[in-house]
Design a protein around this ligand. Structure first.
Ligand code: PEP
Ligand code: MG
Length: 577
């Protein structure tokens, strides 16, 4: 541990709570810049040799990662690297690159990139789904070869050993899933908002993160010693000894508090005045099953299936999906598992199959445009329903038209399975996420057609307030207590009540005690939170009186701005702490 006297402090958005300190490592996910320059005929041999050297280095790299992934995640996950080796060793590709080099007399990086791009365009337009999916493998291999050619020290996200604080401009969920969790201390990013998907992942892994720091990549040098206060958003560069010991004390106190919360996990989840609240958890995959088992929660209220797609960087086979879903269900201790169909798009990108836009072809929209992907997933989910209490949930539904279309596909898949004699739960429950303002406005129409509703407040606030949840420049406008959010939530609870359908909340709001209070006061009887938030939320629910919460929310509904509502809720929580 080092401490020098040139301590500096940066302040960003406190995204994932916790305190940590350690050396920084820069991680860039930017595109590789490819130089282009002419060469002479005599230089062709040197350029050819450079390509050979870089292919050998890339081969070793891939084999090394394959071994590592096989040992940590299993052989199934490691198979993807065999596909990468096949791309790398494709003779036709190499021959074409060398031919291009001889004809064009340009540097090898440029030639390699040009030929690979041609390949990618060819694969992208191909009918065969399997071959189309190979685009992501080709891209990955291309990136590695180019990095080796350009001598870039590529920070390997899954092979670093020492514990580090990752400093980056931004971190996409597809990169986040590849990090070796044991080597992570914390995250600092220039951009990002408190509900960015990688932030949600860090929270569930208990890894402190501060985002929206604007220029942390410039302020922090490689190997600078860093202290992160994920509660306040403060980041200390080269902290003084006194700062480190002050924070050590705080961390110890916090740890003691958390242990106290943990002790309540076995208690019933009911308010002080005796109202039972269903408390479920959000998970991203089988990684979290062990934590789920000790959580004593009421089931899995949101299984985000994108993780599997991001780890594969493509569409996993029906078998791979079935294995993952069935394994979660088998380990759910007989409780229900709500599997959300693919919510890809926005910031959750899988190479070559979707686009980066929160307003674009995301989630159910993507699935309805790519029926083979959707059907494969529905088959896998339905097959997993033979293992236990599975429910299906569609994300980003805007109204009944999309719901009907999704259900029609579901019915087709059900008939196909029945015809093939494959068993599944014929009367599987189907619900929708309410995360678009349009869905709120037609809540009664939707509620009458589904078995349950679940509110995705992360997106609901984003779309209601027109605030990109990834953009730190507008993060101050992302206000969970804005009167428009309160009114929308009220409409949703009322709609659910009228149709006698359960309404759960699975957005990050449910896991913050001040907002938990607001949600219960508005009528929530069911919450789904990330496992790391569960103990604290339960602790506070057990201190709350529903009657008081209803009165508090009544007062909040009379206020016209977010700030005083937030202050009231804060004071309430402090009052019961
Ligand atoms: C939400 O939008 O609140 C939600 C739970 O879904 P996600 O964060 O995965 O978009
Ligand atoms: Mg969402």
């Amino acid at each position: 541990m080092t401490s020098v006297n040139n301590e500096r402090v940066l302040i960003g958005i406190a995204a994932s709570p916790g305190i940590c300190h350690g050396p920084a490592v820069h991680f860039s996910q930017g595109q590789v810049e490819i130089p282009c320059y002419s060469i002479t005929q005599e230089q062709v041999a040197t350029e050819t040799e450079r390509l050979e050297v870089s292919i050998i280095a890339t081969r070793e790299e891939i084999i090394h990662i394959r071994k590592k992934v096989s040992a940590t995640l299993g052989e199934g996950e490691a198979l993807i690297f065999d596909a990468h080796l096949m791309v790398l060793e494709d003779n036709a590709l190499i021959t074409e690159v060398l031919q291009y080099l001889n004809e064009e007399l340009k540097n090898i990086e440029y030639c390699f990139n040009q030929v690979v791009d041609r390949y990618i365009n060819f694969f992208k337009n191909i009918e065969d789904e399997y071959l189309r999916e190979r685009v992501s493998d080709i891209r990955d291999v291309e990136r590695r070869v180019l990095n080796n050619l350009l001598g870039k020290k590529h920070v390997e996200k899954d092979i670093s050993h020492a514990k580090k604080i990752i400093v980056s401009d931004d971190i996409s969920p597809s990169l986040a899933v590849g990090f070796n969790k044991d080597s992570l201390l914390g995250f600092l990013t220039d951009s990002g908002g408190a509900t960015s998907h990688f932030v949600i992942m860090s929270r569930s892994l208990n890894i402190p993160a501060v985002v929206g720091l604007h220029d942390v990549t410039k302020q922090v040098k490689h190997d600078d010693y860093i202290l992160i206060d994920g509660y306040s958003g403060k980041v200390y560069i080269n902290p003084r000894k006194e700062t480190l010991s002050l924070y050590q004390e705080r961390a110890d106190k916090q740890h003691a508090i958390e242990l106290r919360y943990q002790k309540e996990l076995l208690e019933k989840c009911e308010t002080r005045d005796g109202h039972t609240i269903e408390l479920m958890v959000n998970i991203e995959g089988t990684d979290e099953i062990d934590a789920y088992k000790t959580s004593n929660s009421d089931g899995i209220g949101l299984f985000r299936t994108e993780g599997l797609f991001l780890r594969h960087n493509g569409v996993p086979s029906e078998e791979a999906q079935y294995n993952e879903y069935a394994s979660v269900v088998d380990n759910a201790s007989g409780k229900s598992v709500i599997i959300r169909t693919l919510d890809i798009g926005g910031d959750k990108l899988v190479d070559g199959i979707n686009e980066e836009s929160f307003l674009g072809l995301r989630a159910i929209r993507y699935c309805l445009e790519n029926l083979s992907v959707f059907k494969t997933q529905l088959r896998a989910i339905l097959r997993a329903s033979a293992h236990g209490e599975v429910q299906i949930m569609y994300p980003m539904i805007s109204g009944v038209e999309e719901l009907d279309k999704a259900n029609q596909v579901l019915n087709e898949v059900k008939s196909e399975l029945t015809q093939s004699g494959i068993s599944f739960n014929q009367s599987i429950k189907v619900g929708v996420m309410i995360e678009l303002p349009s869905a709120v406005m037609v809540i009664n129409l939707l509620a009458s057609k589904v078995d349950f509703l679940s509110v995705g407040t992360n997106d609901l606030i984003q779309y209601l307030m027109a605030v990109d949840r990834m953009d730190d420049k507008v993060s101050h406008l992302y206000q969970p207590t804005h009167p428009a959010v309160l009114r929308s939530l009220k409409l949703i609870f009322d709609g659910g009540k009228e149709s006698d359908k359960s309404v759960s909340i699975c957005g990050e709001m449910a896991g913050e005690p001040i907002y938990t209070a607001l949600l219960l006061g508005l009528g929530a009887k069911s919450l789904s939170v990330s496992i790391s938030r569960l103990a604290e939320v339960k602790h506070f629910i057990r201190l709350m009186d529903l009657a008081k919460l209803e009165a508090l929310v009544e007062e909040c509904m009379g206020l016209d701005r977010a700030e005083p509502i937030e202050a009231k809720l804060q004071a309430f929580i402090e009052g019961i702490s």
